[in-house]
Design a protein around this ligand. Structure first.
Ligand code: FAD
Length: 315
């Protein structure tokens, strides 16, 4: 195997956003541990052929046991030439382990990282508990990544004692973070400012299904940082009543009143509901384009075909 570092020569997400007027990207989830991984690569193939610009691969989202983030991101870039963002969380890792993980990403040519605190493991802890020697907040992970970009590495005990860092090669990580348009405490913009100050370069939002709510958040961020801090709204194309009501009731996601009413009206017909969800997504994307939003990040949840149909305005 002809392996050299940076063999994928993957672009940074910021460069892709700069080059394109509007981008379509997707979030994919690794299969549960112990299940076949063919489906995820088939999704990547569909998204690549469907003209998506880049994708992101989750890491233990929802606290579930799903390894494979790094190899999937690597393979997407290597075999499908699809630039990938690997999600990386603070959960269960000391800062030394996180630095080692960053080196793994660097060797594999995965230069786009979504730096997250991470969900607590399902059913074990309701609250996030920071690992020993690890981080409490995503901004600390952003800081750790930005340090590598400046060539600053954790010191070995007993060495380099007079310096804050050990000097090393500068990486070229492009750092994204999560953002929350539904912000009950009103603090998210301030927390986002801290993440940006530490080195975050773009953000992807939690699922938005409410146009007004997203645009009010977008305006706040745009007023602060303009195009220097791209915001990508995360959307899930609602295709069933069960899925929509679960997002609304279980996860408290605010749903556009018209979308909710139209879905409820059609809840006995699978086809009609899918059509309502897809047409909402298409209209929302048109609004995003007109509103100067740089792109949309679609959470495909094992259904890349719907995402591709929306991208190409097909039924
Ligand atoms: P932070 O920004 O650190 O926020 C964590 C908590 O601390 C929040 O309650 C926040 O309000 C508070 N806070 C933040 N900064 C400060 C501060 N300076 N002072 C005081 N309080 C503060 N989870 C996974 O496990 N794996 C994934 O792959 C994954 N992917 C995601 C992708 C997207 C697009 C989004 C939106 C979320 C994703 N999550 C994922 C979920 C995320 O990890 C959780 O929502 C987590 O609880 C918060 O992560 P964060 O990075 O926003 O953390």
């Amino acid at each position: 195997m002809n392996f050299n570092i940076d063999q994928t020569n993957a672009e940074s997400v910021l460069d892709i956003l700069k080059k394109n007027k509007f981008t379509y990207s997707a979030e994919i989830i690794p299969p549960r541990n112990g299940t076949d991984f063919k489906e995820v690569f088939s999704s990547i193939a569909t998204l690549t052929e469907g003209g998506f610009d880049f994708l992101s691969v989750t890491h233990g989202a929802g606290g579930s046991l799903r390894g494979g983030t790094m190899p999937i991101a690597f393979q997407a870039q290597n075999a499908y030439k699809m630039t990938s963002i690997a999600h990386l969380t603070c959960r269960g890792q000391s800062k030394e382990e996180l630095e080692n993980s960053l080196i793994d990403h660097h060797y594999f040519g995965i230069h786009n990282i979504l730096a997250l605190r991470g969900d607590p493991p399902d059913g074990i802890n309701e609250k996030f508990v920071k690992a020993e020697g690890g981080f409490e907040y995503a901004h600390e992970l952003v800081d750790l990544i930005a340090q590598k970009n400046r060539g600053e590495y954790i010191k070995r005990k007993g060495y380099d004692d007079e310096n804050e860092f050990r000097r090393g090669m500068e990486t070229r990580f492009c750092i994204g973070v999560a953002a929350y348009p539904e912000d009950p405490d009103g603090n998210d913009i301030e927390y986002l400012r801290i993440k940006k100050e530490k080195g975050a370069q773009f953000c992807i939002t939690q699922i938005v299904l409410n146009n007004d709510l997203f645009f009010s958040f977008f305006e706040k961020v745009y007023t602060l940082w303009g195009n220097y801090f791209p915001v990508l709204p995360g959307i899930r194309i609602p295709t069933s009543w069960k899925q929509l009501s679960r997002m609304h009731e279980k996860f408290g996601i605010s749903v556009d009143a018209d979308l909710y009413a139209d879905m409820e009206k059609n809840k006995d017909s699978k086809e009609a509901m899918r059509e309502v969800g897809m047409s909402w997504a298409r209209e929302f994307i048109e609004e995003l384009k007109i509103g100067g939003v740089p792109g949309v990040h679609i959470f495909v949840m094992g259904d890349p075909d719907t995402a591709v149909s929306v991208r190409h305005n097909q039924v």
